[in-house]
Design a protein around this ligand. Structure first.
Ligand SMILES: Nc1ncnc2c1ncn2[C@@H]1O[C@H](COP(=O)(O)OP(=O)(O)OP(=O)(O)O)[C@@H](O)[C@H]1O
Length: 275
């Protein structure tokens, strides 16, 4: 992503920029943590990659390339084939991303066939295998269940199964554990890491949680008011933040013993000096 600027029209007819000249890069297999306060532009940045910005959004400038292909120039039809197969999405609130009136299996089969036309029976087999792959103990039961009959953690596993079905090159996870019980959060992050290693996906992880960043992200980009104010290796940014905004975000959280422990573990496993 280079120089991405996204704006919305205001009632007075002007444009208000919500993403301003953002440069980001991600390699296969890498996890980039996108952090910043609410409203700083993280979701708008990620939506530009997925091609799902609201209709009134204006891409003022910039370029988003995936394996050399410009995504901002694609037609809606082309974007539909990119979504799911090249870039996929794990939402913040799994339950609100499932249709309460249809079984989990029916929704996943529909989604799979929309991205990759195949006979219903074959799609059904694929979905059952995917549900097993994401750690659901009784895939058939989850397949036949309505969303209200499964837990939030199970729903998130099912949506992760749907997201990775097309073996995407890039997975965008928007606060994927925020809505879940604390006990389930670590399991979901572990699952994402396993799938990433297996599929070689790049992961863009939007989060407020610096513990998650310390644990899961090799690199971090810090957004403030639509701009990326700092980017670098997580260990470097945590150790010596260059921007005052990053320092102030970190200042409050580094008192947290859990985050410090996660950070030290990350540094140990990457062979860096512990602080
Ligand atoms: N449809 C829209 N019309 C006008 N402004 C919008 C629209 N959607 C988002 N914005 C504005 O864009 C800015 C960035 O929002 P965005 O959702 O990207 O922030 P964020 O960093 O992801 O926040 P959060 O952590 O709360 O999800 C905000 O000021 C928001 O009000």
């Amino acid at each position: 992503m280079q120089g991405l600027t996204v704006a919305y029209p205001t009632p007075t007819g002007q444009l208000r920029e919500v993403v301003r000249g953002v440069d980001l890069s991600l390699r296969a297999g890498e996890t980039l943590g996108l952090v910043g306060q609410s409203g700083s532009g993280k979701t708008q940045t990620a939506f530009s990659i997925l091609g799902v910005l609201p209709a009134q959004a204006v891409v003022v400038a910039g370029s988003v390339r995936l394996d050399g292909r410009e995504l901002l120039d694609l037609s809606d039809a082309e974007l539909r084939t990119v979504r799911g197969r090249s870039v996929a999405y794990v939402p913040q609130e799994p339950m609100s991303n499932l249709d309460p009136t249809s079984t989990v299996g029916a929704q996943l089969v529909e989604g799979l066939r929309a991205a990759d036309p195949m006979p219903r029976r074959q799609a059904r087999e694929r979905v059952l295998a995917l549900l097993a792959r994401v750690g659901i103990a009784d895939p058939q039961r989850t397949f036949d269940a309505y969303p209200h009959q499964i837990s939030g953690g199970m729903a998130q596993r099912a949506l992760i199964a749907a997201a990775v079905a097309g073996r995407p090159a890039l997975l965008f996870a928007d606060e994927p554990t925020t809505a879940l019980d604390v006990t389930v959060q670590a399991e979901i992050l572990d699952l994402l890491r396993d799938l990433q290693a297996e599929l070689g996906m790049a992961v863009l992880l939007v989060t407020h949680n610096f513990g998650v960043v310390a644990d899961s992200c090799e690199r971090i980009a810090v957004m403030q008011q639509g701009r990326v104010v700092e980017t670098g290796r997580t260990t470097d940014v945590f150790d010596t933040p260059k921007h005052p905004y990053t320092a102030s975000l970190l200042g409050s959280i580094l008192d947290d013993a859990t985050v410090r422990a996660d950070l030290e573990t990350t540094m140990d496993t990457t062979g860096q000096e512990a602080p």
